[in-house]
Design a protein around this ligand. Sequence first.
Ligand SMILES: NC(=O)c1ccc[n+]([C@@H]2O[C@H](COP(=O)([O-])OP(=O)(O)OC[C@H]3O[C@@H](n4cnc5c(N)ncnc54)[C@H](OP(=O)(O)O)[C@@H]3O)[C@@H](O)[C@H]2O)c1
Length: 326
Amino acid sequence: MSKGTTSEIVLRNLGKTKIKITPIGQGVMQFAGGTTFMKFVYPALTDKESNSIVKTALDGGINWFDTAEAYGFGLSEEKLSKGLQAAGIEDEEVVIATKWMPMMRRAESIRKTIANRLKHLHPYSIDLHQIHMPYSLSSFQKQFDAMADIFEEGHIKSIGISNFSAKQMRKAHEILEEKDLVLASNQVNYSLIKRNIESNGVLDAAKELGITIISWSPLQSGILSGKFHKDKEMFKNQPAVRRLRSRNQIKESQNLIDVLENIAANHKATITQVALNWLVNFHGKIVVAIPGATKANQAESNSRAMRIQLSKNELKEIDEKSRQFI
Ligand SMILES: NC(=O)c1ccc[n+]([C@@H]2O[C@H](COP(=O)([O-])OP(=O)(O)OC[C@H]3O[C@@H](n4cnc5c(N)ncnc54)[C@H](OP(=O)(O)O)[C@@H]3O)[C@@H](O)[C@H]2O)c1
């Protein structure tokens, strides 16, 4: 992407908090590659490689990163911290989102594990702490009581959720509102080929309550780069987990990829950049995205997606061509 349709990066508020974030953040789940269940999806990255992804994202204007306890049980957080330190970044210059893993755990574990999160991320603080999924053994009330406690104690600067339905989101908002706190965000799988939040009430609830939607897998694990449509061999060589998840999506999205490619050419951009730009602009400022990367050049390219300016007609055309995925 070069001249022509570039635009400045405008920061957005994370929900109704005062935290300012770029429309695109950097997902760093890939930093746990080679370990735990991640080894079935992503290879291990050396510190040199992960440091380079962090530095490149920052150089591209990205000001925030998304990690989680579940990504290698501290490994992704630790490698993120190493990358930020290597880039000479101070705590107040970056926004960090991490998550508590609720599976088979009670709410007390939120309090018990916060020291670990901070240890792995040291010297950086947690701007957003998210409940990774709505599957704790404890009630929502107890989980948000615990989140509120660690917020009041100053361990985290805002509270979010992930993979919550519209109903669960409204409940979380209600519990926090009673405590005079805000629910900042709901992180869900949202992409041009997975648009169900537009029909299941999640997006409507977010708009109504001022909750930011953080789109995970905004490229649907790389499918929306168009690289697998072009190179079937490359797809065949992907780990089984990725192949099984994506097989049908590749066939079903060929027409959309063609449209994205035409629009990308108008902007001297890539399919990926157009797909990401649509996601963070079509619904105003409510959606932000956190593409992951296994290589620094992907982080560089993805950060540039913030600088394209798609016309209203282009946004509409992409919408029309992907409505089958709502
Ligand atoms: N809350 C949750 O439950 C949840 C679940 C999943 C992910 N997440 C978060 O969301 C982030 C993103 O999700 P994701 O990594 O699953 O999906 P994604 O962002 O849709 O896809 C990332 C993958 O796409 C490929 N890619 C990225 N940029 C590219 C480019 N410019 N050109 C070509 N290929 C490119 C890379 O794959 P290659 O391996 O082919 O290089 C990369 O590993 C994660 O890092 C994590 O922070 C959250």
